[in-house]
Design a protein around this ligand. Structure first.
Ligand code: ZN
Length: 381
């Protein structure tokens, strides 16, 4: 049962800026405009209160995979990320056989319907063999709109995003189909030129899947997808800020060029997130995680991350030097808007779900609340 509560004394990050010695009132699972009568208060002096994190792109955690695990496994992955501050999570699949993916969509859609997940993201199979990353080459296919349709139908209204290489045959028609169905068309694992990328954006693509990773680099006579994605106001760029996927200067370039309004920090996490080193699977491929870095056993490609969004937050502030309100936009507000959920989550405003994260002065998670219930209680630690 969600209790009434007033959190006091903290620096509270609101859309308009940081409020020193702010207060957040919680009642009935939502943020209340005024303190509920008789509600107990909790002094959080010396801490930050920020909106719960929203992860658009996440393959698993806690030893469990969203692509292959049981319902229990998926719930374990969700709980792992929730304890690290992610109160809204989209489950990502990796490339698999079409029938298998349709079946997965059925299983995951039930978890969306019961409120544990915010939606499904299909990463592959409609991606480029030249930029396949940790996706099984034998199972890749061209983005045929009829097959794209089959996947989103299997998700029964819960498909939120499909990553595709839009330069492949059928790519542009698939982008149009996704846009018509209110599903985000994300450009990624792509070998597109600058011009091909512009065409895909004009057709309705709105997200860059992990900008820089799994796409051609930025070159002066061949600016490629990166320049097209960074310059266009209609695109939000995903960034993986784990210190492995991006050089800090690349992250700065993207953040400053796109601006805080057009960045979404994601984890692209795989099973080892919040779990540990060892051998794992990413779809059908074997992955070795060493010192927190996941690589394919064959080929050495980076195979997702072991990131959690609290670490991305801390790194963005303490290593990259980004202002806290900008990081909050990139980690909560922007992804919530993309998902069409900003009326319920993504900021600390009255009427929204009481989804929040309590961080100490070092930006370590001390509390996580989801829908008014403590996932991590700051009084327990
Ligand atoms: Zn991914």
């Amino acid at each position: 049962m969600a209790a009434s509560l007033v959190l006091t004394g903290a620096r509270v990050v609101l859309p308009a800026g940081v409020v020193e010695d702010g207060r957040v009132s919680v009642e009935g699972g939502r943020i209340a405009r005024t303190a509920p009568a008789g509600a107990p208060s909790l002094d959080l002096t010396g801490h930050w209160i920020v909106p719960g994190f929203v992860d658009l792109h996440n393959h698993g955690g806690g030893g469990a995979s969203f692509t292959s695990g049981t319902v229990e496994d998926v719930l374990t992955g969700i709980a792992t990320h929730r304890a690290h501050g992610t109160t809204t999570l989209v489950a990502s699949t990796v490339t698999g056989d079409m029938d298998f993916l349709a079946q997965r969509a059925g299983l995951l859609s039930e978890l969306v319907e019961q409120g544990d997940l915010a939606g499904i993201h299909f990463e592959g199979p409609f991606i480029s063999p030249c930029r396949k990353g940790a996706h099984s080459e034998a199972l890749l296919r061209h983005p045929d709109p009829a097959e794209v349709r089959k996947l989103i139908d299997a998700a029964r209204g819960t498909a939120k995003m499909v990553t595709l290489a839009t330069e492949l045959p059928g790519g542009i028609d698939s982008v149009r189909l996704l846009a018509e169905h209110g599903v985000i068309a994300a450009i990624g694992h792509t070998d597109a030129t600058y011009e091909q990328t512009v065409e895909a954006i004009d057709a309705g693509a709105t997200v860059a899947t992990h900008l820089f990773n799994a796409m051609p680099g930025l070159a002066h006579r061949a600016p490629g997808p990166i320049a097209a994605l960074l310059e266009d106001e209609r695109i939000t760029v995903e960034l993986i800020d784990d210190g492995t996927h991006l050089h800090p200067a690349a992250l700065q370039l993207a953040f400053h060029h796109a601006g805080a309004e057009r960045v979404a920090f994601i984890t692209d996490a795989m099973d080892a997130a919040g779990f540990g080193d060892g051998r794992y699977h990413l779809g059908p491929l074997e992955v070795e995680v060493r010192d927190g870095v996941a690589r394919l056993v064959e080929g050495d490609s980076i195979a997702g991350s072991t990131l959690t969004l609290d670490r991305a937050f801390r790194r963005a502030v303490t290593v990259d030097g980004l202002p806290v309100p900008s990081v909050v936009r990139a980690i909560s507000a922007n992804p919530a808007r993309l998902l069409g959920m900003y009326d319920r989550v993504g900021s600390l405003e009255p009427g929204k779900d009481a989804d929040l994260v309590v961080l100490d002065s070092e930006f370590t998670v001390r509390g996580v609340m989801r829908k008014g219930i403590w996932v991590i209680d700051p009084q327990v630690g």
